[in-house]
Design a protein around this ligand. Structure first.
Ligand SMILES: C[S@@+](CC[C@H](N)C(=O)[O-])C[C@H]1O[C@@H](n2cnc3c(N)ncnc32)[C@H](O)[C@@H]1O
Length: 169
């Protein structure tokens, strides 16, 4: 199963740091690719540097037409929104399918059509918080925490220490 994250509403002038965090969170919590609805090479360049150092095959892509990408996606389209169904009540159903997943997260305001395009509108609790928080909790639920033990081939590896830092190449 492949997991894709589509981040809508990236604003070139304001969101570089936040969208980079969306990318790093997607990668670290088991997703395969981040898709953006706006071309911003600063994001893909900084993620490429992380992948070069820390391994794996995660990538960032830019969509010219995100609506047609979503419509033709073969798998489950899951939109994270505080207005959706509580993740606690639907995660078992979502996990029971091996289909690829497209997880949509918003920025300031998500176009209302997204609610209809999604197979699932899922809330990570019904309080407003952040796309990074919603995404990390949701991915962790999908993978049941196993993603935290994953090795990212070809990268540096941390040897966990009670105190201090140890990294091997
Ligand atoms: C700054 S929030 C926007 C909050 C906005 N009121 C909304 O429509 O959800 C940006 C994104 O974070 C995600 N998000 C925030 N709170 C969430 C929650 N409780 N559950 C799921 N996703 C959430 C959604 O993907 C949302 O589009």
């Amino acid at each position: 199963m492949k997991v894709y994250v589509l981040r809508l509403g990236h604003r070139f002038s304001r969101d570089k740091r936040l969208t980079t965090h969306v990318a790093l969170t997607s990668r670290a919590f088991g997703a395969d690719e981040l898709l953006l609805d706006c071309k911003d090479l600063r994001i893909s360049n900084s993620v490429e540097r992380i992948v070069k150092n820390w391994g794996g095959r995660f990538k960032v892509s830019f969509l010219k037409n995100w609506q047609s990408y979503v419509r033709s996606f073969k798998g489950d389209v899951i939109h994270l929104s505080m207005y959706g169904l509580n993740v606690n009540n639907v995660i078992d159903r979502i996990r029971s399918s091996n289909k690829d997943k497209l997880i949509i997260i918003g920025g300031k305001k998500v176009p209302s059509e997204v609610y209809k395009m999604a197979d699932y509108n899922i809330a990570v609790g019904h309080q407003p918080h952040s796309e990074v928080a919603a995404l990390s909790v949701f991915l962790d639920r999908i993978f049941s925490g196993d993603e935290l033990d994953a090795e990212h081939a070809g990268g540096k590896r941390i040897v966990p220490q009670e105190h201090g830092k140890k990294v091997v190449n």
